[in-house]
Design a protein around this ligand. Structure first.
Ligand code: ADP
Length: 393
């Protein structure tokens, strides 16, 4: 068989039929292997790659229906097209074969021109499917490689950057008083910029893992009280430093979330941190939690900050998007926070949206799944979360 030839398996219990089909197909340039019953055909399909099967329906040992049913059970065989060959007065069996997954049919005695037309069109369709699959697999492999590369680089860069920040902070603490103005400013810039670089690396690593489908959500029952408390702890020094007021409305008795606690803290911290960053000193931030319905909770993070212009609003969740407003640009950021936040909310089956008025303030809303009363950790299946995002943290 040459590399460009298609390999066709002819399955028929009658030797004369096998030989006629084999000869016709070889005359059309295909390589042909034959089998005299369904069992033998399946063994051959298991052992070698075929591009098409021509399958007789009526065979004594294992008939064509059973072969089609067996092919259906194996996902890796779904792409193998089968053309059934049936008696002319047996339209019912053709209908049954098509419903079992046969790609096309031919009546006996087989007409050579019709055989060529059917075989060529099945092979052409398979070639298109194969190349689409190959492209999808190549894309997946490229994304995996990119994700691994970004993770590796992030990890390698993170250690020296953490050390730079540590030394800068140490110098600021120990010799801060003896430094002149520009020296002090220099050290403060080193500290702040290395912190920003650390955040950027962390965001990039998260993003590449989410996009490659390698971020695993570990859902479980988590109390909203713990989530809110932990998220506030992460941002309270920034809020205090800007003299802002934080109010929290968390009604008692809410059921726990069914979520990955670490990731929910991450997304809520992002929203609270943005609320503080993009609100002037002395402004206020409010965190409201309420049960939306039996299955979802709604969290709102309101601020009295600079707001977002109507022009910038549609692009807010894009990755690396930062608005052009000098008031916002004055704050350090990566432009990845909201993009990642949205991916995390959606990975939990929730939604995120916002309302904003420049000069008045912004409210971000998100919904997240509650643990349903009838469920326990043990019985809620992990697959109840939407597919696609997660394998290992
Ligand atoms: P970052 O804050 O790192 O720049 P984000 O993705 O978190 O990135 O936010 C993107 C942009 O959206 C920010 O640069 C900012 O301009 C705007 N933004 C986000 N949250 C708010 C908010 N609460 N109020 C006003 N602008 C905001």
């Amino acid at each position: 068989m040459t590399a460009t030839q298609s390999h066709i398996l002819v399955v028929d219990d009658a030797v004369a039929n096998r030989l006629v089909l084999k000869r016709m197909l070889e005359a059309q340039g295909h390589a042909v292997t034959t089998a005299d019953d369904g069992d033998a055909a399946l063994a051959l399909i298991q052992a070698q790659a075929f591009d098409l099967v021509l399958l007789d329906v009526m065979m004594p040992v294992m008939d064509g229906y059973e072969v089609l049913a067996a092919l259906r059970e194996r996902p890796d065989w779904h792409r193998l097209p089968v053309v059934v060959v049936s008696a002319i007065n047996d339209v019912e069996s053709v209908v049954r074969c098509v419903s079992l997954g046969a790609a096309d049919y031919l009546f006996k005695p087989v007409n050579q021109t019709l055989l060529k037309a059917r075989v060529d069109s099945c092979l052409a369709r398979k070639r298109v499917h194969d190349s689409e699959l190959a492209a999808a697999l190549a894309l997946e492999a490229a994304q995996r490689a990119k994700s691994e590369y970004v993770s590796l680089i992030s990890h390698e860069l993170n250690n020296p950057i953490t050390a730079i920040r540590g030394y800068a902070d140490l110098l600021l603490k120990s010799i801060g008083g003896t430094l002149d103005g520009p020296q002090l400013e220099g050290l403060q810039a080193i500290s702040a910029l290395s912190r920003l670089m650390g955040e950027l690396l962390h965001d990039l690593s998260d993003l590449s893992r989410i996009e490659a489908g390698h971020l695993q959500l570990l859902p479980g029952a988590v109390t909203l009280h713990t989530i809110v408390e932990t998220s506030i702890l992460a941002v309270q020094s920034n809020i205090a430093a800007k003299g802002q007021r934080l109010m929290v409305m968390l009604p008692p008795g809410l059921p726990p979330l069914w979520a990955d606690g670490v990731r929910v803290v991450q997304l809520l911290t992002n929203l609270l941190s943005n609320a503080s960053k993009y609100t002037l000193p002395g402004g206020s931030i409010q965190l409201d939690v309420c049960q939306r319905d039996a299955a979802m909770v709604e969290i709102a993070v309101r601020d009295t900050g600079i707001g977002i212009s109507a022009e910038d609003q549609p692009r807010l969740f894009e990755r690396f998007f930062r608005v052009n407003d000098p008031a916002a640009r004055g704050e350090r950021g990566t432009g990845l926070g909201l993009h990642i936040t949205r991916l995390l909310v959606e990975a939990h089956g929730g939604q995120i949206w916002f309302e904003s008025q420049p000069g008045v303030g912004t409210t971000f809303y998100c919904t997240l799944p509650l643990m349903l009363q009838s469920e326990t950790d043990a019985v809620r299946p992990q697959s109840s979360l939407p597919p696609g995002v997660f394998q290992n943290r």
